[in-house]
Design a protein around this ligand. Structure first.
Ligand code: ADP
Length: 169
């Protein structure tokens, strides 16, 4: 499994799966979630609504899959990162679970290339250094038969520098 880091807008990537940093109600929102729904069109929200009706949404740390609407990516994986509350409410385990459950879902759907945003480091306030270390370590330690490429898509310069530095080590 190859790991890559790029700076840019995740909605533009031609990969098998784009991961969305969603919320538990799968209602769309700001940040990367808003950008994905805007670029992908209403089909994505329709499918999110169906999932909400079937299972009440998506718990923090878990992941669900939908089609990708107008996006070039084949599928969308929606995972819900933890809101940072100081670090003593299971944030670390939950953020780790986001990466693992997204990768599991990619494997189950035979998706080989997957792009992650910097989950929880926007509005949810997870410290960027800790989130980057955890994201990279979790993905590095994940043994996958089928996923061949994981791209970390950084939107802000701080995350981009951080990821480049950590992946160079
Ligand atoms: P969360 O609620 O999980 O913190 P946010 O969407 O607020 O989610 O932020 C998560 C990360 O996504 C942040 O690092 C933010 O800079 C980044 N981001 C925002 N828009 C985009 C985009 N279009 N492509 C990739 N990353 C984005």
């Amino acid at each position: 499994m190859k790991l890559q880091v790029i700076k840019g807008d995740i909605t533009q990537l031609q990969v098998d799966a784009i991961v969305n940093a969603a919320n538990t109600r799968l209602m769309g929102g700001g940040g990367v979630d808003g950008a994905i729904h805007r670029a992908g069109g209403p089909v994505i929200m329709d499918e999110c609504r169906q999932i909400r009706e079937q299972q009440g949404g998506c718990p923090t740390g878990e992941a669900v899959i939908t089609s990708s609407g107008l996006l070039a990516a084949k599928k969308l994986i929606h995972t819900v990162g933890p809101v940072w509350q100081g670090g003593n409410t299971g944030e670390k385990e939950l953020l780790k679970a986001c990466y693992i459950n997204s990768l599991k879902l990619a494997e189950a759907n035979k998706l080989k290339t997957i792009a992650f945003p910097n989950i929880s480091t926007g509005v949810y306030g997870y410290p960027k250094v800790e989130a980057a270390k955890l994201a990279i370590n979790t993905v590095k330690n994940y043994r996958s038969e089928s996923v061949s490429l994981v791209i970390f898509v950084c939107f802000d310069e701080e995350n981009h520098r951080l990821y480049q530095h950590l992946l160079d080590q």
